[in-house]
Design a protein around this ligand. Structure first.
Ligand code: GLN
Length: 484
């Protein structure tokens, strides 16, 4: 059952080939058998999942139908889930039981999806390898000595190993796309404002977006439809109709203009990855697309700009974790200052502290103009690059990540090397446009992801291009042998 697509699962439920309880049990059994090797779930909500599956089966018996009714999914542990631990990968929230559901979670509940559990992640979504998690690293199912990428590494690993049919992720600088690339699945970061951020624990509010992670674009389209839409509880969510993404998948891509940014194919890109990307682009040409060289001249500024803006926003967002209202509190504080200092000192990990310090510095009087304001100006230039590019082409294509999955521990000693994992993904968040990563082949026996970047609210087109590619290829169907 675990190799079926979401549409096929829904078909099976409709035809009464199996029930949601049976489907859910099949995935729970796979989690029990395989997750020890991966460490991809922080919490498995088995009893709740069976109860939700039973409810979904009852809804179906009463005549209800829907693309997600009775379909199991996993939630990244950054989304608040009422009554269930929501840790955000941090000791700070190890004892936090969310009192309410994030809008994304509520929408999946309404659609009748079944939550299997909460997935491991980099602490507060800060990382590119899942090694900053309080719960230990997640392992890549294709080679358990390597990382699954981050920060949504748990979600990526559970989908790649089919310990869930699909999962949610969040992407602030690449955290859906880079792990999707490293484990060989399809992941989409929507346009900023497309998916509500309510109840999604904030890292950098002007960059964070939730999105789907699934084997195929077809599955991702079903998830995105459920997640997207205006939410009065998120003032940055857009009041704009949600298209039927699934209905857009079958259009031909003949005549599609694809831009290849010269900055994405230069120094720093692994040769074996470049070769796979070249082949994927040839395949898109065979499907009728035309290819044009373009330039995104400010690409080189994206990582430094991001590492001022994201830490600045995180230093402000994370000030709420003070040991008073929720989360970790140190033992026997001497006074209020001691309470703040030790609760935060003991509750946060090294990477989170590094970001809070950078952000606090960048925002402090005297440095604000030199760093934060400057970064905001560069951000506008980066956005302008995309505006110019989309005057000439329909989508932009290139690698998602400069290399395939690296070994655990390989980049932990040097934060800057780790930060460079996101050189092709970060500019997209700074601009606010949507982008997806899809499996395009293998290099050194590890998956390679092709990134497709679209204009604002052009998610439907990205999914369409990916689906057409996936009709002609089978990379998205590959499952690591150990987890078959
Ligand atoms: N890897 C980037 C970072 O560490 C992006 C993380 C993300 O998208 N949440 O900040």
């Amino acid at each position: 059952m675990h190799t079926l697509s979401i549409a096929e699962m829904a078909e099976g439920l409709r035809a009464k080939k199996f029930s949601s309880v049976e489907l859910t049990d099949a995935f729970l059994a796979r989690i029990a058998k395989f997750d020890k090797q991966l460490n991809a779930y922080v919490t498995v909500t088995a009893d709740q999942a069976r109860a939700e599956a039973k409810k979904a089966d009852q809804r179906r018996t009463k005549g209800e139908d829907g693309p997600l009714l009775g379909i199991p999914i996993a939630q990244k542990d950054i989304f608040c889930t009422r009554g269930v631990k929501t840790s955000c990968g941090s000791k700070m929230l190890d004892n936090f039981i969310a009192p309410y559901d994030a809008t994304t979670v509520a929408k999946f509940n309404q659609a009748g999806a079944v939550m299997l559990g909460k997935t491991n992640m980099d602490e507060f979504a800060m990382g590119s390898s899942n090694e900053t998690s309080f719960y230990g690293p997640v392992r890549n199912p294709w080679n358990t000595k390597t990382v699954p990428g981050g920060s949504s590494g748990g979600s990526a690993a559970v989908v790649a190993a089919r310990l869930a049919p699909a999962a949610t992720g969040t992407d602030t600088g690449g955290s859906i796309r880079q792990p999707a690339a490293l484990v060989g699945i399809t992941g989409l970061k929507p346009t900023y404002g497309r998916v509500s951020r309510y109840g999604m624990i904030a890292f950098a509010s002007s960059l964070d977006q939730g999105g789907p992670m699934a084997p195929s674009a077809e599955d991702a389209a079903i998830l995105l439809r459920a997640m997207a839409g205006f939410d009065p509880l998120d003032s940055t969510s857009m009041d704009k109709a949600v298209p039927d993404y699934a209905a857009q998948l079958s259009a031909s891509i003949k005549g599609l203009k694809i831009g290849l940014p010269k900055e994405y194919f230069g120094e720093g890109l692994d040769g074996a990855v470049a070769k796979v990307i070249g082949e994927a682009i040839e395949q898109l040409k065979k499907l009728g697309a035309t290819v044009h060289e373009i330039s995104l001249p400010n690409t080189g500024l994206a990582v430094p700009t991001y590492y001022v803006i994201a830490p600045a926003e995180c230093s402000s967002n994370l000030s709420r974790f003070d040991g008073v209202r929720f989360g970790y509190r140190c033992k026997d504080p001497k006074d209020l200052h001691d309470l703040y200092k030790r609760s935060r000192g003991e509750g946060f990990g090294a990477e989170v502290k590094r970001r809070i310090m950078i952000g606090t510095y960048a925002l402090s009087a005297g440095y604000y103009d030199a760093y934060y304001l400057k970064a905001q100006q560069l951000r506008r230039l980066i956005k302008n690059d995309f505006d110019e590019a989309f005057k000439k082409v329909d989508v932009i294509a290139g690698p998602t990540s400069p290399s395939v999955a690296f070994n655990l521990g390989e980049k932990t000693a040097d934060p800057v090397t780790m930060y460079l994992s996101d050189i092709y993904t970060i500019a997209v968040n700074l601009a606010g446009v949507p982008a997806l990563s899809m499996p395009a082949g293998f290099a050194n026996k590890l998956p390679v992801g092709l990134q497709l970047i679209g204009n604002f609210f052009d998610e439907g087109r990205l999914l369409n291009v990916a689906h057409q590619y996936q009709l002609a290829t089978d990379w998205h169907r590959r499952i690591p042998a150990e987890f078959a």
